[in-house]
Design a protein around this ligand. Structure first.
Ligand code: PEP
Ligand code: MN
Length: 369
């Protein structure tokens, strides 16, 4: 296959104990509101023949009191009907032991742990213990804050309770500063999760990352290009009247369109030309990385020499004007090479921090690490 072609690949995904022609698609409203809304949404989603699991929140964790807090247990009856009438599997968010037992009584197929529960080890432990001996599939959303260990810890607690059908759901991370996202994706965190837990499939929830409809396609496409195994997309028969997360929900028809626009690429191929081109390019990258490391080593030697000089002259390590000049100049230089200002800032913050560390060692005769 030539590298300029783009094709959509059928992809076999093994997830939550199922073998599917992926990606796994989970769709449904943020909240179950009425029986009609749930069944109408589910039937329209099922008729697309693209989704595997129907989602709907029954107990809604709301940031402020007074918002719609979910239909409660009656919604479990509606989900039972969804399964009977459409054949779709069902999933609900559970946040405590009572939710777990009710969901199990009503035969919910998959449980999901919300971001506000993953964050709490006490809740996770109680939920995990209540699931001992029940090998139901469980989805674990990332915690609201950017803490990979909490996410991993929640998954490990379930694993220790004997849950084997697990998947992580990436829904982005909350932050105080304004951004184009409702929850920043911080892709490096799920990428590191995948490196540390290679057997846990990852599903992207672009709805809670974007907080609106406009970014859904590009976030979903990024997730597929990072080899995620599925998508969870909030879908409502009448989004503008939704009682929660109205801005980010799409209609089943819009879901169908979105899914048909996503390009699914394969994670590996046997194509000889592709493999040899990739090998050549990777050899060059290896050489460049080698050079980078050598240069960084030399740069730190210079930092140590400067440290010795400053020590002799009783001068502080940090000189704000010099640091400011580096930030401004390197950002400009980087942008000429198509590197973003954000990347240059992050890169030089790390380099500068390491330089300070080396200078500190010289100044304090290696006493402080
Ligand atoms: C939801 O999926 O509607 C939800 C409450 O998600 P999160 O836990 O990611 O905020
Ligand atoms: Mn929601």
């Amino acid at each position: 296959m030539s590298m300029s072609q783009t094709i959509t690949q059928p992809k076999t995904v093994s997830i939550l104990g199922m073998e599917i022609t992926g990606p796994l698609i989970i769709a449904g409203p943020c909240s179950a509101e009425t029986e009609e809304q749930v069944l109408s949404t589910a039937k329209q989603i099922a008729s697309l023949r693209k989704a595997h699991i129907f989602r709907a929140g029954i107990w809604k964790p709301r940031t402020r009191p007074g918002s719609f807090e979910g239909a409660g247990s009656v919604g479990l009856e509606w989900l039972k009907k969804v399964k009977a009438e459409t054949g779709l599997l069902t999933t609900v968010e559970i946040a405590n032991v009572k939710h777990v037992s009710e969901a199990l009584i009503y035969g919910v197929d998959v449980l999901w742990i919300g971001a506000r529960t993953t964050v709490n080890p006490f809740s996770m432990q109680e939920i995990a213990e209540s699931l001992q001996g029940v090998n139901i599939p469980v989805l674990v959303k990332n915690p609201i804050n950017a803490d990979l260990d909490l996410w991993i810890g929640a998954i490990e607690r379930l694993q220790k309770a004997g849950i084997t059908k697990l998947a992580a759901v990436h829904r982005g991370f909350s932050s105080y500063d304004k951004s184009q996202y409702r929850n920043k994706p911080m892709w490096e965190i799920p990428i590191e999760l995948k490196r540390r837990m290679p057997n846990i499939p990852i599903i992207c929830d672009p709805s809670h990352i974007s907080g609106n409809k406009d970014l859904l396609l590009s976030i979903s496409q990024t997730a597929m290009d990072l080899d995620y195994q599925g998508l969870m997309i909030e879908t409502h028969c009448n989004p503008s009247s939704a009682l929660s997360d109205a801005k980010q929900q799409i209609t089943p028809a819009e879901l169908g369109k979105l899914l048909s626009q996503i390009i699914i690429r394969t994670s590996s191929t046997e194509d000889k030309i592709f493999l040899s081109t990739l090998e050549d390019l990777r050899d060059k990258i290896d050489e460049l990385d080698n050079n980078l490391i050598t240069m960084l080593g030399t740069r730190m030697e210079m930092a140590r020499a400067i440290g010795a000089c400053k020590k002799q002259n009783g001068v502080t390590i940090l000189q704000n004007s010099r640091w400011n000049e580096i930030v401004q100049e390197r950002t400009k230089q980087g942008m000429k090479k198509q590197l973003t200002a954000d990347f240059m800032m992050k890169l030089f913050e790390i380099i500068h921090q390491e330089s300070i560390h080396h200078q500190k060692q010289v100044m304090q005769d290696g006493k402080e690490k």
